[in-house]
Design a protein around this ligand. Structure first.
Ligand code: NAD
Length: 489
């Protein structure tokens, strides 16, 4: 690919796409399927953030005064634009992230669902009014916060930004997005489509960058709220730094999701769901199951899991992982587990991928006899790898799940409703699945984990997000001529 065909990821400030700054540090955007350079991302300095904040502040003046019924009209149009452009948006995700077609398209479909939720906000957010004593009325309503920021990870270049963009903006805020520097291209197209949908300039801005911009967002005095999605370590750093600067912060972190498999589980359904959970998006989902607690004799289901996993072919129905470094990290986990005494029952290291020999592929990998003390049992691997730990009973499985530092998703496979119900209340995770491998709540239910998978109150989508992106104004009024005073006068 020649330089002129590269896609440039730059800033979008006040409705204008900035020209690449020749002095800015620049990174290649790499297609992980074949290691080819498809674009460049220009990393911003704090001056760019200052410009974006001031553009957003200017836009906030009139956007916050626009009625919510009018604000959501933009998102009705935007939803249609997402639908009309779904193939192009899907293709962009495939190129910058490496996802297979169905997974890339599903990202846009999920984004559309969140936009639909944002369109329903006028029906959900009306305030309250009550005559609290004769002639005295208390009224409350929600108002936007001002300029807000959203920092996002690489694994969903379009869906995760949409967890926050439509909701925060429909509620009247103006917005700064900091995309992942590994997948900065989808965001540029999102900006174009929002503009085409009629969003006023400056309400949505993009600042491309890395750690420097994230830290500047946390420190900026005119940013009122920060949402973050990424790894736990950085989530904690962002939570602490932005909170110390008295901002509202919601920081979603990494995950180690456990599934409990009981012998009475439906063998075919359990096997295909478990394998889909660990291998979908090449295991690069914060809701991917990566630790299976095998209770009692479940060998007949594990055999079926191996059969299912063998149907997953790198380069065909399995995409690459994001980078050469990620491939190396994932394969090291497998090698270390093997050295520590685990049994590799399906080995996905260094697969042969016809036509894409340079791609960052790891095949589906199943590792049996993993013990809870091994790194692979405790740490987030973020690849298509499932470790299987043999446990004596359900209590033991729950104990292992509960000892994880994370708490995003967890689940159980069984045909006993009673056991499933009891276990679902004991797992230390925010999103629980019963006979489902990826228990992501659909709109209008909210998304969010607990423990090391989330810092801050509330969830990032659904009704819970309304709390995060607004504050409540309370007005008490007296419209009677009585002169008598009481404690409220
Ligand atoms: P990451 O933490 O490396 O990066 C996330 C964001 O933080 C990016 O925008 C990046 O530019 C920025 N960043 C990176 N290093 C930084 C630093 N030192 N200081 C300040 N900012 C920094 O995460 P990632 O690798 O892009 O994404 C994968 C991670 O995200 C996994 O841990 C995954 O579980 C997690 N994730 C969690 C959820 C959730 O809902 N809990 C959803 C998606 C992804």
């Amino acid at each position: 690919m020649t330089d002129s065909t590269l896609i440039h990821a730059t800033n979008v400030i006040g409705g204008n796409v900035t020209q690449p700054n020749p002095n800015a540090p620049v990174l290649d955007v790499i297609n992980p399927a074949n290691a080819s350079v498809i674009g460049k991302v220009y990393l911003s300095d704090t001056n760019s953030l200052n410009e974006a904040v001031s553009a957003a502040q200017n836009a906030f003046e009139s956007w916050s005064k626009t009625t919510i019924k009018n604000r959501v009209q933009v998102f009705y149009k935007y939803k249609t634009l997402l639908e009309d452009n779904i193939e192009e948006l899907t293709d962009l995700i495939i190129r910058e992230h490496g996802k297979i077609y169905s997974e890339a398209k599903a990202e846009i479909e999920k984004a559309i669902e969140i936009v639909e939720f944002a369109c329903s906000l006028p029906q959900i957010v009306p305030g309250e009014v009550l005559e609290v004593s004769r002639g005295v009325e208390c009224k409350s309503y929600r108002e936007p916060l001002g300029v807000v920021a959203s920092i996002v990870p690489f694994n969903f270049p379009s869906m995760v930004p949409h967890w926050t963009i439509p909701i925060a903006i429909a509620l009247g805020n103006s917005f700064i997005l900091k995309p992942s520097e590994q997948v900065p291209l989808s965001a540029m197209r999102i900006a174009e489509l929002l503009k085409e949908a009629g969003l006023p300039d400056g309400v949505f801005n993009i600042v491309q960058g890395d750690k420097t911009i994230v830290e500047a967002i946390c420190d900026h005095p005119d940013i009122q709220a920060v949402s973050f999605v990424g790894s736990t370590h950085i989530a904690a750093v962002v939570y602490e730094r932005a909170s110390a600067n008295l901002k509202r912060v919601l920081a979603l972190g990494g995950a180690k999701n456990h599934l409990i498999l009981l012998p009475d589980a439906h063998p075919d359904m359990a096997a295909s769901n478990i394998i889909a959970s660990m291998s979908g998006c090449s295991g690069q989902r914060c809701m991917a199951a990566s630790a299976l607690m095998a209770v009692g004799d479940v060998d007949h289901i594990i055999e079926k899991m191996v059969e299912e996993a063998k149907k997953i072919i790198p380069g065909d129905n399995l995409g690459p992982v994001i980078s050469a470094a990620a491939k190396e990290r994932i394969e090291n986990y497998i090698t270390e587990a093997e050295k520590a005494g685990a049994t590799i029952i399906l080995d996905g290291r260094n697969p042969n991928v016809d036509g894409n020999k340079d791609g960052f592929y790891v095949g589906p990998t199943l590792i049996d006899n993993v013990t809870p003390d091994m790194a692979i049992a405790k740490e987030e691997v973020f690849g298509p790898v499932m470790s299987i730990t043999r446990v004596k009973d359900i209590s033991h499985a729950i104990e292992i799940e509960n000892s994880s530092e994370y708490g995003n998703g967890a689940g159980i496979f069984t045909q006993s409703g009673k056991i499933a119900n009891e276990v679902s209340k004991q797992l230390q995770s925010g999103m629980i699945g019963i006979n489902i491998g990826v228990p992501v709540p659909r709109e209008p239910f909210s998304f969010g984990g607990m423990n090391g998978s989330k810092f801050g109150a509330g969830d990032i989508t659904g009704k819970s997000s309304i709390e995060f992106w607004t504050r409540i104004r309370k007005i008490t009024s007296k419209w009677n001529p009585e002169a008598a005073v009481n404690w409220m006068s």
